[in-house]
Design a protein around this ligand. Structure first.
Ligand code: KG4
Ligand code: ZN
Length: 333
């Protein structure tokens, strides 16, 4: 018998709800973005984010149920992001999920947002996605994280490396600010880089040899110094292309080295930065191993990935009690 899970995600600035069948088939997947609300501040304002989640959450859950053409009796569990994320934002999703689960008599499943990003790779899109095989190495690149993780099986994670300073997405966002490209920075840099020459400006590659860790703050500072000195005849496009190429070179090279060094069978690329076209194509072309990556829309924050992860937790009997609280600093594993 199929299991249908309602997923709820409010960890940052997207209010999202989705219904997923058997951890794989998306019946509905809705994201209400707050980007326009935060753009004028150049970044996310936590207080504004939580207030907007409050406004958006009930309509988005109702819409997710309506688009899936389901009633509450058709739902088997409610999965919700418990952390990491902004406390006030997480609370809105958590309390909504608890209220629904309690009233409808459904199990409540707390999901780690990063694990949710990983499970986006189990979602079936147009029936073309192969089923992931273990052991695999997973590069999680989001606004708050850059983690290199070995996944040995469902729910089994070993952290190999992480960023020592800025996350990859944070680096994109800060670089975009330096270049006056606005927020969110990742898509803005990608667009600006289209006409640029990535080799026009000399930018460093922070390799951190001998370690699986990453570091992007030096690269950001190097970009800032170039801009302060005046990039002269060089265009913003060249700077954006050079920055994007430097980040991608480091992420791809280090991930492939770690994957081959640890005898992995696959590479997974997940999180908002995994929507980056250059990162996707470079990883796929350079990797000797198969590369799994969700479609760009499932890389950035969504609730289908939370429902997919919730399905695997439910299968493993991992149901949470009513005293489940939000965990803004929750770690993977
Ligand atoms: O996973 P995500 O949606 O939210 C977090 O969990 O943080 O990731 C958001 C991050 C932002 O820093 C955004 O600039 C970046 O992902 N991002 C991109 C692209 N799309 C989103 N970075 C590079 N290229 C993109 N196309
Ligand atoms: Zn995320």
């Amino acid at each position: 018998m199929s299991l249908r899970i309602l997923g709820i995600e409010t960890s940052c600035d997207e209010t999202a709800a989705a219904v997923v069948e058997d951890g794989r088939r998306i019946l509905s997947n809705l994201v209400a973005s707050q980007v326009n609300l935060h753009a004028r501040y150049g970044g996310i304002v936590p207080e504004v984010a939580s207030r907007q989640h409050l406004v958006a959450i009930v309509p988005i859950v109702e819409q997710a149920m309506a688009e899936a053409r389901l009633g509450w009796k058709d739902i088997d569990a409610v999965a919700v992001t418990a952390g990491p994320g902004l406390a006030g934002s997480l609370l809105v999703g958590m309390n909504t999920a608890k209220a629904i689960a309690l009233v409808q008599g459904l199990p409540l499943i707390g999901v780690n947002h990063l694990e949710g990003h990983i499970y986006a790779n189990w979602l079936m899109e147009a029936g073309t996605v192969p089923y992931p095989a273990f052991p695999l190495i997973c590069l999680i690149v989001s606004g708050g994280h850059t983690d290199l993780v070995v996944m040995k099986g469902h729910g089994h994670y070993l952290l190999l490396g992480r960023t020592r300073d800025d996350a990859a997405g944070e680096a994109f966002d800060k670089a975009a600010r330096i270049l006056g490209l606005g927020y969110p920075g990742g898509p803005a840099i990608q667009e600006a880089a289209r006409g640029g020459d990535a080799a026009a400006l000399k930018l460093p590659r922070p390799w951190l040899r001998g370690s699986d860790d990453f570091s992007f703050s030096g690269l950001k500072t190097a970009l800032l110094r170039l801009v302060e000195a005046g990039i002269g005849s060089r265009s913003i496009a060249d700077a954006a292309a050079g920055f994007q190429q430097a980040v991608v070179d480091v992420l791809v090279t280090k991930t492939i080295e770690a994957a081959t060094g640890h005898d992995m069978v696959q590479i997974m690329l997940v999180g908002g930065v995994a929507a980056n076209e250059l990162l996707r194509s470079t990883m796929t072309q350079r990797s000797p191993l198969p590369v799994l990556l969700p479609s760009p829309g499932l890389c950035t924050d969504n609730a289908a990935m939370i429902a997919a992860c919730g399905y695997h937790r439910l299968q493993a009997g991992k149901i949470d009690a009513w005293d489940l609280d939000v965990m803004p600093n929750l770690k993977l594993g």
